[in-house]
Design a protein around this ligand. Structure first.
Ligand code: PMP
Length: 398
């Protein structure tokens, strides 16, 4: 019997994709479904992005491209970094890939030997744990409760780091919680990190999706001496409304960027030229789309919070970024909906989808079985209806 590699025994499909697919299937069968499952921004980039893509196709040489990314794109990303307050990065510090997911996979591949320890604040974005598992790394989950607003504290970080620790994964703003760390909180974490020589992967892909006038704090800006071991991950998927285009970036120490180039050279060779051209246009063109969308997302966040306020016993710290809300719905455990007993987050999501046609992702996919994730990127017109169905669902629990 021929066997797959052992590591495939540790690989599993994305739990979010599974829920999204189930919702899609029910919709195709004619059910009235509102999906709060997947994090796809419901806006498209401006015309300048499509024009650049068409121009690129018209000039296509049909050849391979650079493993790192074309200079025009690297320079556009460097300018973007500089405008965000990140100083001193040059082309040798950056590289591109097929979305943040592939870049992140490569960075983790480049840093982690089998058995190496990686700290993952929990709730976490599902792929962090899954990629670590595939690579055979040892994940140490740092549980951050709803009471601490799902945020890692400096004391928790200090207590977790041991000589065994190699990497910390840090995500701000957070998927799945939508939480945003304040300058003080980031500074306190950075103060701990300067004392311990570990790598930090900073997943910053929601960095422009911050509400309520809150600024964007970053470990490297708080303590610039961390620059030689903090690796920044960015992407056009969320902030520029371009998830399907698959453009991701890394910025960090020269040897890490070079490792990504080497992996690209043996793996993808290059991001397609048409995508590179579209990405340059997105980064250098009008920047008003993300700003305007933030206003819309902020208003939608408020609607979600108001609806959850009508669900007795639900605990939900107010998110200030990304487009997710992560309520603790464990008050429903032990109760029934239309005769169906709810014992955990998966039961809750199944009952909600079956009875009300609303798809949410169980929190256990993110390491928090007391919660569910609501992604509010659906069309604005659908949101009140979907939320009312959740309120009704709670009212009907017995
Ligand atoms: N990091 C986080 C926190 C995410 O939420 C996602 C996408 N859901 C990714 C990385 C991957 O993004 P991309 O589309 O650029 O691959």
């Amino acid at each position: 019997m021929l066997k797959l590699a052992e590591r495939m025994g540790r690989a599993k499909p994305s739990a979010i994709m599974l829920v999204a697919e189930k919702a899609k299937k029910l919709k195709a069968e004619g059910r009235d479904i509102i999906s709060f499952s997947i994090g796809v921004p419901n806006f498209l980039p401006g015309d300048h992005v499509y024009t650049a893509a068409r121009d690129s196709l018209a000039k296509d040489s049909g050849s391979y491209g650079s493993n790192r990314g074309p200079d025009a794109l690297l320079d556009a990303f460097l300018k973007h970094l500089q405008e965000g307050g990140f100083e001193g990065y040059e082309r040798k510090h950056v590289a591109t890939g097929i979305g943040a997911k592939q870049v992140l996979f490569n960075v983790m591949y480049a840093l982690l030997n089998e058995g190496d320890e990686i700290l993952i604040p929990t709730p976490y974005w599902t792929s962090y744990l899954d990629i670590a598992d595939i690579l055979g790394a040892r994940s140490k989950l740092l549980y951050c409760s709803p009471e601490q607003h799902y945020k890692l504290t400096a004391a928790q970080l200090e207590a977790a780091i041991t000589p065994e620790t190699k990497v910390l994964l840090f995500n701000n703003p957070s998927n799945p919680t939508g939480m945003v760390y304040t300058h003080e909180e980031v500074r306190a974490l950075a103060d701990v990190l300067v004392k311990h020589k570990i790598w930090v992967i900073s997943d910053d892909i929601y960095n422009r999706m911050i509400f309520d006038g809150l600024g964007y704090a970053h470990l490297v800006k708080a303590r610039p001496e961390l620059k030689d071991r903090v690796i920044l991950i960015d992407s056009l998927s969320k902030t520029y409304g371009m998830p399907g285009w698959r453009m991701g970036f890394v910025a960090g120490p020269v040897e890490v960027a070079q490792a990504i180039v080497t992996l690209n050279s043996n793996h993808i060779t290059n991001v397609p030229e048409v995508v590179n051209a579209a990405a340059v246009a997105a980064l250098t063109g009008p920047q008003d789309v993300p700003v305007l969308k933030n206003k819309e997302f902020e208003a939608k966040r408020d609607l979600v919070m108001a609806a959850l306020g009508k669900c007795p016993g639900v605990i939900c710290p107010k998110p200030q970024g990304a487009f997710y809300v992560f309520p603790d719905i464990s008050v429903s455990y032990g109760k029934s909906h239309q005769g169906k007993l709810i014992q955990n987050d998966v039961d809750f999501c199944n009952a909600l989808l079956d009875a009300k046609g609303v798809a949410c992702v169980p929190g256990s996919a993110f390491g928090e079985p007391r919660a569910i994730r609501i992604s509010y990127t659906c069309p604005s017109a659908q949101l009140p209806d979907g939320l009312q169905r959740i309120v009704d669902f709670f009212a009907e629990l017995a």
